[in-house]
Design a protein around this ligand. Structure first.
Ligand SMILES: [Fe+2]
Length: 223
């Protein structure tokens, strides 16, 4: 990006340091059909056993969907993506594992207030269904002090925004740092919005990653 128009200056180099990265992709149709079919079978099976539940607000499944054999393809797809991201950043790790995976069924009028996913490294969301009017997710600037000074802008961009809204579709898969606040607007569609949340964490963590990253030069402890 070129900023300088002053003849006395070379163009500025703009350094996007400490970026907040969000990875968004689309599961291709063939795999999406299999994965969505597996989710719908699991969710509908559970719903059929609980006929007393009224379709209002939001339903959330238990958090162990990643343990279901029929959802192994989805789990492996997400874990594989997380591994690739970590490798691309040259992060040393032994393994990254799913610590929780659950589905949200959001009926008309349902929303999800801003929140983070503590005690994990990556979180993700996958959309089984995303009806028009319920097909967005919002991410919020993690720098609270940035809101102290908000000059008007003529054209919004990720460089100046306080929040970013992403459009999603059936098959959309988004990965993001677990600490990043996000929320979902009211579902204005009469159709159900079905999303799947997933958390991932390093394993082993304490033994492999929590010890100091430096060594002292005065030896006191035994080996
Ligand atoms: Fe979330």
């Amino acid at each position: 990006m070129s900023v300088s128009e002053d003849d006395r200056l070379e163009p500025f180099t703009v350094l996007p340091i400490f970026p907040t990265l969000i990875w968004a992709t689309q599961v291709r149709p063939e795999a999406r059909e299999r994965i969505n079919g597996a989710f719908m079978t699991a969710i509908n099976g559970a719903r059929a056993k609980q006929p007393e539940l009224k379709p209002t607000g939001k339903w959330q499944t238990d958090q162990r969907l990643h343990t279901l054999p029929e959802l192994a393809e989805f789990r492996d797809l997400v874990v594989g993506s997380a591994r690739q991201i970590l490798d691309s950043h040259h992060i040393r790790f032994q393994e990254i594992k799913v610590t929780g995976c659950w589905a949200n069924v959001g009926f008309q009028g349902s929303r999800h207030r801003p929140h983070a996913h503590p005690n994990n490294y990556f979180s993700g969301v996958y959309y089984v269904s995303a009806p028009r009017g319920g097909n967005t997710i919002n991410f919020f600037d993690p720098r609270p002090q940035a809101a102290v000074m908000v000059p008007p802008v003529e054209q919004m961009s990720p460089m100046v925004a306080q929040s970013m809204t992403l459009d999603v579709h059936p098959g959309s898969l988004i990965l993001f740092p677990s600490w990043l606040y996000h929320g979902v607007d009211v579902n204005r569609s009469s159709e159900e919005r079905i999303s799947v949340a997933i958390n991932l964490m390093f394993d082993p963590y304490v033994e492999d990653m929590s010890t100091p990253l430096w060594e002292g030069n005065l030896k006191v402890s035994p080996e």
